[in-house]
Structures are given as structure tokens and as C-alpha cells.
Design a protein around this ligand. Structure first.
Ligand code: SF4
Length: 360
């Protein structure tokens, strides 16, 4: 192991308790698996290890997939439209999604005996420097589940705040929503994030278990918790529509009913499924299913609904929920036209003057 490996490979974890039992166990409170980990063992994510009764993260400072993206690609359509973000993730995940399109990264720990072989060292200060050089507007923690690299993300955010060139960057998570109440409290207390896109995969607990290795309830709780913090953290929801798994009218109705019960103002992105990983045998989502899903969600009262991962014309456009005026036209993650007007620092519809829930 190189010096850099020995210095950073095992980095002290946050949000855990020592259980003071004979196995020197700890309880990890970062995600809703709430793993009890005995001395020498690792958690379900395979990334957090109990060494002598203390918990360590094994991917701190290990970056994969550094890229500059439009924020629309994450997707965020109602947060800082037209801005650029630096995106990155680390290996590993707390889910085992059979359809994962980043499975080489999210499941890397299973395929590499030494995670240092799969990743580059990129310390938080280097990420901040790189963000300044690239003149991005924010940083997106993505590709794999950012909750399980919260220490690394947090240190990167704190590092950015130290530097005049990066102090005003915004920070966003693209998450499976499996984080705990304690993680949300920390994020809120330290003002770490400006926006989160939560992937609400199914409204069926059995599907969550079978396809992702998680459960539904914690994700619903996270959505409610983040919405409660809406003055500080902007929320959008994405749902990947998988043929035969969550694509019936009833599935979409349930999903829409839940979102409306939290708020019809939360932007909802339906995304087209393409065969990946262990669901390579499934067909891609029929475009008519996605169009129907949008119709159902609209009829349930959701105000802003998008269809992504397709070439359906205008499926990514924002319209005024009151008069249907075209507000933002998008294509391939770019903004073609922005018709929003500003009144009292708030975006409004140019036609009927309704205030539009977009943070500019
Ligand atoms: S982050 Fe989640 S999966 Fe990983 S050890 Fe902690 S509770 Fe377990």
C-alpha cells in the first residue's frame, strides 16, 4: 500500500455509535440499513469497516468519473437552469440495483480485491481547485450513492468554502434517498446541500427488496424530510419506468398520489429504462408508456412533469402550470429558450404572471 493509500484509505467515519459489546461492534447511522458491524467486519455497502471498535470509510478521497455536466443532466430542471456542475462519485453503494447503469462503479467493491486499483486519489482540496479551474457553478455528488461517501462530500464542501474562488459554489446530491434522519440533520445543521434529486424507484416494498436490496419506507421518509427543508434544500424526484416492474397505470397513480400528498410542486422526472446489468433481458420502456405516465401524473395534479432519456419532442420543456405557456424549452440537457420573467427576484410566467417554482 502506498503512502497515500495508507494515509487515506481508511478515513474516520461519521454518524456511528459504539455498542460497547464483547464484539466491539458499532452501529452505522448513515443510511437506513443501520448496519451493526462487528470488529473486523464491513457494512452492507462494503465500504465501511469496523477496525478495533471504530468505524472507517474506505473510499474517502477516491474519485471516479470526474466530468463537467449541465445541471439538467443530473437531472435538475428547477434548480439553477443553465448552470454547469462538476460531477463525481466513488465506488460502492448501499443498494444492489439489478438495473444499475453505473454498476461497474457502484458494485466495484465486489469485483476488485483492492478498491485503490479501481479509482484515482483526488483529495477534497484537489476537487475544489479543479472546480475553480473549470469555472463550474456547483458540484454534483452522483453516479453512486453520495450518502455512503458523506465524509468525502462534506470535506469537499468545507474545502470549497475556504477558497474565495469556490466559496459560492452550490452542492447537490443525486441520491437513492436511503439516508437517515440523522444524516439529514447533519446536512441541514451544516448547510451542506442546496438541492437533492431523489430516485423514487417503486411504490412497492417487495420490488425495492427484490430489485434494489432496500426498502420503500425510508425513501418516502427522506422525501418528506427534504421537502420540510424546502427553504434551504430544493427537491426533485426521478422515477425510472421499468417494463413489467413499475409501469402500470396503478404504479404511476400510487407514485403520483404520494408526491401530491407531499407537494404537487415537486418536479417529477420519468426516465426511460434501457437494458443494463442484471436486467439486460428487459426491453426499453415503450414511449407510449412514458407519455401515459406523464398524463396520469398531470391528472393527479403534479405541476411539473418531464420525460427524460428519450427523444420525444418537448418532453423536457417547462410549461406554466396555470396557463400552459412555454417557459423553458430544452433539448439534450441544454436550454433552447428561456421565457421566464423575473418579478421581485422570483421567476414568473410572462403571460399570466404566476410565480414558477424554479430557483434561478
Ligand atoms: S452506510 Fe449504510 S450500508 Fe454502509 S455501513 Fe452504514 S448503514 Fe451499512
Amino acid at each position: 500500500m502506498s503512502k497515500i493509500d495508507s494515509e487515506y484509505y481508511h478515513h474516520p467515519a461519521i454518524l456511528y455509535d459504539r455498542l460497547n459489546d464483547e464484539k466491539n461492534s458499532v452501529l452505522c447511522r448513515l443510511c437506513s440499513h443501520y448496519c451493526e458491524i462487528k470488529d473486523g467486519n464491513i457494512g452492507i455497502c462494503l465500504l465501511r469497516k469496523n477496525i478495533g471498535g471504530e468505524l472507517f470509510t474506505m473510499t474517502w478521497g477516491r474519485t471516479e468519473g470526474l466530468a463537467i455536466d449541465p445541471i439538467e443532466k443530473k437531472p435538475f430542471y428547477h434548480y439553477k437552469p443553465g448552470t454547469k456542475v462538476l460531477s463525481f462519485g466513488t465506488p460502492g453503494c448501499n443498494f444492489r440495483c439489478m438495473n444499475c447503469q453505473n454498476w461497474q462503479l457502484s458494485q466495484a467493491v465486489k469485483y476488485y480485491s483492492d478498491i485503490s486499483l479501481a479509482t484515482k486519489v483526488f483529495l477534497p482540496e484537489s476537487i475544489a481547485e479543479y472546480a475553480a479551474i473549470q469555472k463550474v457553478d456547483g458540484i454534483s455528488y452522483t453516479y453512486s450513492e453520495p450518502t455512503i461517501f458523506l465524509e468525502y462530500a462534506r470535506d469537499t464542501i468545507l474545502e470549497c468554502r475556504k477558497n474565495k474562488k469556490t466559496e459560492s459554489l452550490f452542492h447537490v446530491f443525486v441520491s437513492n434517498g436511503y439516508f437517515t434522519k440523522e444524516a439529514v440533520e447533519l446536512i441541514d445543521r451544516e448547510n451542506l446541500l442546496s438541492a437533492i434529486n431523489i430516485d423514487l424507484k417503486f411504490m412497492d416494498n417487495q420490488k425495492y427488496k427484490k430489485i434494489c436490496g432496500g426498502t420503500l419506507e425510508p425513501v418516502l421518509d427522506s422525501i418528506k424530510r427534504i421537502y420540510d427543508l424546502r427553504d434551504k434544500i430544493h427537491l426533485e424526484i426521478i422515477n425510472l419506468v421499468i417494463p413489467g416492474e413499475n409501469d402500470t397505470d396503478e404504479d404511476i397513480e400510487k407514485l403520483s398520489d404520494f408526491i401530491v400528498s407531499v407537494s404537487p410542486d415537486i418536479p417529477l422526472h420519468f426516465s426511460r429504462f434501457y437494458p443494463h446489468y442484471k436486467l439486460s433481458n428487459k426491453p426499453q420502456t415503450d414511449l407510449n408508456t412514458l407519455i401515459k405516465a406523464k398524463e396520469i401524473a398531470h391528472n393527479k395534479g403534479i405541476k411539473y412533469i418531464y420525460i427524460g432519456n428519450t427523444t420525444i419532442p418537448c418532453a423536457e420543456d417547462t410549461h406554466c402550470p396555470k396557463c400552459n405557456e412555454l417557459l423553458i424549452a430544452r433539448s439534450s440537457f441544454g436550454i433552447i429558450k428561456n421565457n421566464l420573467r423575473i418579478a421581485n427576484d422570483k421567476p414568473i410566467c410572462p403571460k399570466c404572471k404566476t410565480e414558477i417554482g424554479i430557483i434561478i
